[in-house]
Structures are given as C-alpha cells and as structure tokens.
Write a protein that binds this ligand. Sequence first.
Ligand code: C2E
Ligand code: MG
Ligand code: MG
Ligand code: MG
Length: 290
Amino acid sequence: GAKSLGRNNYQVYAANVDTAQQQQGELKAHLRHAERNGELRVFYQPQVDAASEDIVGMEALVRWEHPQLGMISPGFFIPLAEASGLIVPIGEWVLRTACAQAKAWEDTYGLGLRLGVNLSAVQLMQPNLAGVVASALKETGLEPAQLELEVTESISVKTVPHLVETLDALHALGCRIAIDDFGTGAASLDYLRRLPADRIKIDQSFVRNIGVDPDDEAIVRATIEMAHRLKRGVVAEGVEIEQHLQFLRANGCDELQGYLFCRPLPTAGFDKLLGERERLVAEGRAMAMA
Ligand code: C2E
Ligand code: MG
Ligand code: MG
Ligand code: MG
C-alpha cells in the first residue's frame, strides 16, 4: 500500500543521503591532499578584443583531476574548499601557478596578455592577501599590470569586512581589479561607485539572453554604457554564438570571452593556440578567433 511504499521511498532516500554525505566527506578529505598530490590543474580561457577578435588576455580556471572521478569542475569543489578553508592554500597555488605560466608566455610570445585570477570571499578576508599577491608577482616576475584579480559581485561589504581597503591595497600593488558576474548581485551601483574596479564582467546569464529577451538586452546595453561613463572597461562572459558577438560589438563592449572563441584549455593547448597565432601573424594574417 501507500504506507509501505512511502517507507520504502524514505529508506531509499535516507540511503542516498547517507551516500551523498559520505561521498562529500570523502571528497573533502581527498581535496585536502589534492594540491600536494598534484591533482589540481589550471586551465586558461582566452579573452578577445571585440573589434579584432585577437587574444588580449586569459582567465585562469582551476580544475581537480581526481584519480578515480576524473575532471571535477570548480563549481562543485570550490564551495567545499571555501567551507573548509582549503580555498586559501588552493587559491594561492592557482595564483602562483598562473602568474608563473603567464610570465613564461610573456617571455616566449611577448604579447602583454592580461591574466585574470578569481579570488574567493574567504581569501579576501585573509589579512595578508596583498602580501601573498605581492610575493607571487615578485617571485614569478610577472608585471603587476598584467594581473587582474576577479572578485564576484555577490561578495559585499557586509560579508567581507574591510573589502574596500583590501581591494585598495591590491590595486596599490599595480594589479587590476575586475568585478565578476556583474548584474547578479544586489548592490551593483553602490559597488561600482565605491570599489577600485578597473572593469566589469557582464554575467553570462544576461549574455545568454541576447536575441531572446529584450529586457536582458537592455540591461547589457545599459551596463556597457554605465561602465564606460564611469571610465571602466567591460568584458562579456559566456559569448556562445555569432549573434551575441554582433550585439556586444555593436554596443561597444570592449572584450569578449566564451565558447564561440574558445573553451578553457589546459596549458599545452593554450600554448599551441599562442604558437598558431604567432605563425598567422608572421604570414601577415590576423588572428580572428570566432
Ligand atoms: P567565473 O569566474 O565566472 O568563470 C567563468 C565560467 O564560465 C567558467 O566556468 C568558464 O568555463 C565558463 N564559461 C566560459 N565561457 C562560457 C560559455 O560560452 N558558455 C558557458 N555556458 N560557460 C562558459 P568554470 O571553469 O566551471 O568555473 C566556474 C566558476 O568557478 C568560476 O566562474 C569561478 O567563480 C569559480 N572558479 C574557477 N576557478 C577558480 C579559482 O581558481 N578560484 C576561485 N576562488 N574560484 C574559481
Ligand atoms: Mg571569473
Ligand atoms: Mg563570471
Ligand atoms: Mg560565474
């Protein structure tokens, strides 16, 4: 009957919860050793100039190559790392690895590419963050102006005490600040006015609706216009189709990032891309990514 069915369902459900919690616990324990075991990878996604479609920078995006589970996305393990505090050593590892790689590409290709590195709220609450960034720059030799620290808009002055001072200290090192996922948080305008942000990244949820929802198109246009009036640059994330590109270009967006141009690539793949670009340019041709 219904009752026994219900009980069976409950047992199945309880068993699933047990397994899920157990799996999460095991993953957390493994995550603790992931860096030491060399299981973390940094992937790089190109950012292109909206007019020329040439590469002008890249965003560092971490992945976890689990020996049994394969490639685990940051959307899954970054929250675990934040809850356990492991994001602090992991974030520092990503920063150093990406800065060293960007310097190596600078030495080989000399393009002055900008490197975007994501910072978690937990990292922004560490009193020595500016010192950590300063030493990563000094030890790798990357120009501070080539480093852009990405801070998601959902981080607010309420959740991170001294946020403005922290970002000012990072800015004073000579690196740039970008506000990530712009438009998804609550205090957008106050945020833009008060933070030392050099540019904003329009969240992919708006970009996805270009050609679909006129309201989201209006938000994208207004965001670009506002950013420019405040003397900030604008990057659009999640550019997937030609129609997105045409709309963003027509409305003056500065730079673009998305699958239309390139997916995040492992180091070797990104290096190959830069090599191909160099050969094209040597032949007098342009690198148009789309
Ligand atoms: P994010 O910083 O907003 O990064 C952009 C995300 O959009 C990346 O997902 C990227 O792969 C994805 N993406 C790029 N182009 C497209 C596109 O055209 N369409 C779609 N649908 N997606 C696109 P990913 O790599 O899975 O990273 C997810 C989030 O995890 C990042 O969002 C960031 O918040 C966080 N994350 C990644 N690496 C790090 C890190 O080293 N430290 C910290 N604290 N967070 C990180
Ligand atoms: Mg980002
Ligand atoms: Mg984003
Ligand atoms: Mg995002």
